[in-house]
Design a protein around this ligand. Structure first.
Ligand code: KG4
Length: 338
């Protein structure tokens, strides 16, 4: 019996999870409301909140799992990429706990964790696991990538954004409209009541499978400026249509490249991961592609879309099987590719 404790602290969620033999026993996350007033994550405040949360969150995860510390086989933790101060809280905690229990530590790449979230199994609702190779669209606040997943530890980024990420673009456009942070959930909610064809924003023409979202952001900004000159209350009157049109453009950009990659590589198993995979329009687009192109799609449960420790623990489970442990002196890293 292999029992892994996963710890995630790369950005503004403190999370701990316990997985036993591939099955999730608990997944506890403390989100940080402290950043809302600032319109974005404030790194120093995030580190302090992690410090406050980490002990109770790990405690809760063990309690809910019905597992004692002594039963743990190893501790998996997010080593990067992320905010350095935030990462250090989780990394130091994991090191201290692993040393005191005399068990191995497993370092996890946060992005790899997002992709492998599709392998988290729940006893109550078992879901089909993607077979290798599969494609994964990884879309979050910091990344927009098409990943060719050949094995749990063999991933190739075949396309990625050359500037802004999809989530970042949505967040910035939402900020331009004065709709608060993070913009994703607000835009999603408003988009459901709007007309996606009301406005047309420019789409990039980038070769290959790469993405670009900064042009869309600029096009949104300039259009908005013109409309506001004609009607100062333009946003208030049209926010649903604006949200729906923006969402549709982002989803179209993402799906066009993904569709091309799937066709070229002849892969029909396609997954989506990361915070933006919570988006209703994107989920609908995946279902539509499954119907039209015969894809088998893998859409994560909402709780595994944003940052969570369950995905860190499942990645730890894979690495544990290969005895792929990390030394005590392994430092955190803020930036790295998959
Ligand atoms: O993976 P994630 O939690 O962490 C970061 O990379 O920061 O992704 C966060 C991103 C944010 O840009 C947020 O606005 C976006 O995911 N997001 C959404 C939705 N929920 C979260 N974007 C669109 N629709 C949503 N429902």
């Amino acid at each position: 019996m292999i029992t892994i404790l996963g710890i995630e602290s790369s950005c503004d969620d403190t999370s701990a999870a316990v997985i036993r033999d591939g099955y999730l026993l608990s997944n506890v996350t403390a989100s940080q409301a402290v950043h809302e007033a600032y319109g974005g994550v404030v790194p120093e405040l995030a580190s302090r909140a992690h410090e406050k949360n980490i002990v109770p969150v790990v405690d809760q995860a063990l309690k809910r799992a019905g597992v004692t510390k002594e039963e743990l086989s190893a501790i998996a933790f997010t080593r990067g990429p992320g905010l350095m101060g935030s990462l250090l809280v989780g990394v130091s905690f994991a090191k201290g706990l692993a040393a005191s229990l005399g068990i191995p530590m497993i370092d996890v790449n946060h992005l790899q964790g997002h992709v492998l979230a599709h392998f988290i199994q729940e006893q109550q609702s078992p879901s089909p696991l993607p077979p290798f190779p599969f494609l994964c669209l990884l879309v979050s606040g910091g990344n927009s990538q098409i990943v060719l997943v050949k094995a749990y530890n063999k991933m190739e980024i075949i396309g990625q954004t050359i500037d802004d990420a999809a989530g970042e673009c949505i967040d910035k456009c939402s900020k331009l409209m004065g709709l608060g942070y993070p913009g994703g959930p607000v835009i999603d909610r408003l988009a459901r009541q709007g007309n996606p064809d009301a406005y047309h924003f420019s789409k990039p023409a980038i070769p290959g499978y790469d993405y670009s979202f900064s042009g869309l952001k600029t096009s949104f900004l300039y259009n908005l400026r013109d409309w506001l000159q004609e009607d100062p209350d333009f946003i208030e009157h049209h926010k649903e249509d604006l949200a729906a049109s923006l969402e549709k453009t982002v989803v179209d950009i993402l799906m066009n490249k993904l569709r091309r990659a799937a066709k070229d590589l002849k892969i029909k198993h396609v997954a989506v991961a990361g915070g933006v995979s919570a988006n209703t329009g994107l989920r609908e687009a995946f279902k539509e592609h499954a119907r039209r192109y015969g894809w088998t799609i893998y859409i994560p449960k909402f709780s595994y879309t944003t940052d969570n420790a369950a995905m860190i623990a499942i990645t730890g489970m894979f690495k544990y099987a290969d005895k792929d442990f990390c030394p005590m002196e392994a430092p955190a890293y803020s930036r790295v590719a998959l």
